[in-house]
Design a protein. Structure first.
Length: 471
C-alpha cells in the first residue's frame, strides 16, 4: 500500500533521510503499545529477589569445611544467566495479579496461610507472608556441628529481606527460586565432569579448577542442601515435584548416553565400546513408559519413521535434562500461589515449552557461535558423540549420517562430515524454526494463564529473547 516510508535528500557528501508522516506515526504508535519494560531490564521487576539470590543460597549451603564452601560457591560467583530463578520470580509476581478470590485451590495448612481460604483478611502480620523456616530442625543439627565448635564459626543464620506485599512474591516462592538455582548449579558441576568440559561462564570449569572428585562431591552436597530446602516448603505436591526434577536430570543424562532408540548402540563416552553386564533378573523392575526399540524393529521402519523415533527420543531426553526443572518449578510456583488447576496446567506447559525451546537454541548455538562468545567449548556435543536437533534435521535429508550417529561419531572424519551435512541441509535454520514453534506455544500458555501485567510482558519478552540469544 505504501511504496516508501522515507525520502532521501543528498547534500554534498552526505545523505539525509527524512521519515514520512506515516513512518513517524507508526513509530509513535509502537511506543505507545510497547511495554515500558522492553526498554529496561526485566530483572528490575524482581531486582530485590535477584540481588539477594546468591547471598541467600550461600546461607543455605554453607558448611563447616572451607574447601567445600569454595567449590560449591564457585559457579555462584560468576555472572550466569540465572534464567531459571528469574522465570520463577517473574511468574510468581505475575500470578499475584490473579484476584485472590480466584486463588483458592491449594490445601493450605495453618502455618502457611490464614484460616480464611479466600484470603480476605490479609495483613502485614498474616502468616501467609511468614518466612518458611519455622518449626524445623535447628541448623546445628542439620549441619552436624556445634555452634561453638572452635574449628569453625558455624553457618550464619538465614536472613530474609523484608517482604514487599506490593510485589506479590511469597517467601516460599522466593525460596523456590533459590532451590531451582541450587539444583541447576549442581547439575552444571556434574555435567562438566561428565562432558570433560574445561570452561564454564568464561573461566575454568569446576572440575578443572578443583578436580573431578571435588566437583562431583560439591554437586552432591548442593543437591543435599537443596533437598532440605525443598522439604521446608511443606507442600507435599511441591516437595514431590522438585524432588522428582532432580531424578529427571539423571534420567535425561542416561538417555543422552545413546543417540537413538536402539538397544545395541554403544554408549556415548564409553571406552572401547563398553558392553554392560546383562541384568541379573533378581529384581523385577517395572519398565519406564519409554520403550527402547530393537535393531530388528528399527530395521523394518522407513527412514522417515526412524527419524521420527529419533526426534521423539531427543525431545524426551531434552525434557528430562532441561525442561523438567523449569516446568516443575513453574508448576510449583503456581501451586504455592493458590491458583486453580487450569492455571497450574498452563504454567507447567509454559515451563515445558520454554525449556525445550531453550535447549533447542542451545544445541544450534553449538554449531553457530564461537567458544569465546558461548562461554564454553563450541562443537562439544559432536565431539562427545551426541546428536542434537541440527544433526537430526540433516540426517532427515542425508541418510548417510545414520551409521555415524549410531557409532557416536567415533571414527576419524565423522565430526567433519556431520558438520558439513548440517551446513548443507540447513540444520541450524530448521532447528531455529523448531525452537520458534515451542516459543509460540509458551507465549500462548502465558496468555491463557495470566492477566495482563508488566510481569507477564516481562515473561513474554524473555520468551522471545531466547530465540535471539547468542550464548
Amino acid at each position: 500500500m505504501f511504496a516508501s516510508t522515507t525520502r532521501c535528500v543528498t547534500l554534498k557528501c552526505r545523505t539525509v533521510r527524512y521519515k514520512s508522516s506515516f513512518a513517524v506515526a507508526l513509530e509513535t504508535a509502537s511506543k505507545l503499545v510497547s511495554p515500558r519494560l522492553l526498554w529496561n531490564n526485566p530483572i528490575s521487576l524482581v531486582s530485590n529477589e535477584m540481588n539477594t539470590l546468591a547471598k541467600n543460597i550461600m546461607a543455605l549451603i554453607g558448611s563447616g569445611h572451607p574447601t567445600l564452601n569454595r567449590v560449591t560457591s564457585y559457579y555462584f560467583e560468576t555472572e550466569g544467566k540465572k534464567v531459571r530463578p528469574l522465570l520463577v520470580l517473574l511468574l510468581s509476581r505475575a500470578l499475584s495479579e490473579i484476584p485472590l478470590k480466584e486463588r483458592d485451590n491449594i490445601p493450605i495448612d495453618t502455618t502457611d496461610v490464614p484460616e480464611d481460604p479466600m484470603y480476605s483478611k490479609l495483613s502485614s502480620n498474616s502468616s501467609l507472608f511468614d518466612v518458611p523456616v519455622k518449626s524445623i530442625s535447628p541448623l546445628h543439627i542439620l549441619h552436624g556441628i556445634k555452634p561453638l565448635n572452635p574449628l569453625t564459626k558455624g553457618p550464619e543464620p538465614i536472613t530474609q529481606p523484608e517482604f514487599d506485599q506490593e510485589r506479590g512474591i511469597l517467601p516460599k516462592q522466593r525460596r523456590l527460586a533459590e532451590i531451582v538455582e541450587m539444583i541447576h548449579t549442581a547439575s552444571l558441576l556434574h555435567d562438566d565432569v561428565i562432558d570433560y568440559s574445561d570452561t564454564r561462564r568464561g573461566r575454568p570449569s569446576g572440575n578443572v579448577a578443583f578436580s573431578n572428585k571435588m566437583a562431583v562431591l560439591a554437586g552432591d552436597f548442593l543437591l543435599g542442601r537443596a533437598t532440605v530446602a525443598i522439604s521446608r516448603l511443606k507442600n507435599p505436591e511441591v516437595v514431590e515435584l522438585m524432588s522428582n526434577s532432580i531424578a529427571n536430570l539423571v534420567e535425561g543424562e542416561f538417555m543422552q548416553l545413546k543417540n537413538m532408540a536402539v538397544e545395541d548402540q554403544p554408549l556415548v563416552g564409553s571406552k572401547n565400546d563398553k558392553i554392560l553386564p546383562p541384568p541379573s533378573k533378581k529384581l523385577e523392575l517395572k519398565e519406564h513408559d519409554y520403550r527402547v526399540a530393537t535393531p530388528e524393529a528399527t530395521g523394518s521402519f522407513s527412514h522417515e519413521e526412524v527419524i521420527n523415533i529419533a526426534f521423539e527420543y531427543y525431545l524426551h531426553k531434552t525434557y528430562l535434562k532441561t525442561a523438567a526443572l523449569i516446568s516443575k518449578s513453574s508448576r510449583a510456583a503456581a501451586i504455592l500461589s493458590g491458583a486453580r488447576d487450569p492455571v497450574i496446567e498452563e504454567c507447567y506447559s509454559f515451563g515445558r515449552n520454554i525449556g525445550i525451546c531453550f535447549q533447542l537454541v542451545d544445541d544450534l548455538l553449538d554449531f553457530s557461535v564461537s567458544a569465546k562468545d558461548l562461554g564454553k567449548p563450541a562443537g562439544a556435543d559432536l565431539k562427545l558423540g551426541i546428536a542434537t536437533a541440527p544433526v537430526l534435521f540433516a540426517w532427515k535429508e542425508d541418510p548417510s549420517l545414520g551409521p555415524l550417529i549410531k557409532r557416536n561419531f567415533s571414527e576419524p572424519g565423522d565430526v567433519e562430515k556431520t558438520v558439513k551435512s548440517v551446513q548443507d541441509h540447513d540444520g541450524v535454520g530448521k532447528t531455529m524454526e523448531f525452537a520458534k514453534e515451542y516459543r509460540n506455544k509458551a507465549l500462548q500458555n502465558l496468555k491463557n494463564a495470566l492477566p495482563e501485567s508488566d510481569c507477564r510482558s516481562a515473561l513474554e519478552f524473555l520468551t522471545n529473547s531466547i530465540v535471539t540469544r547468542k550464548k
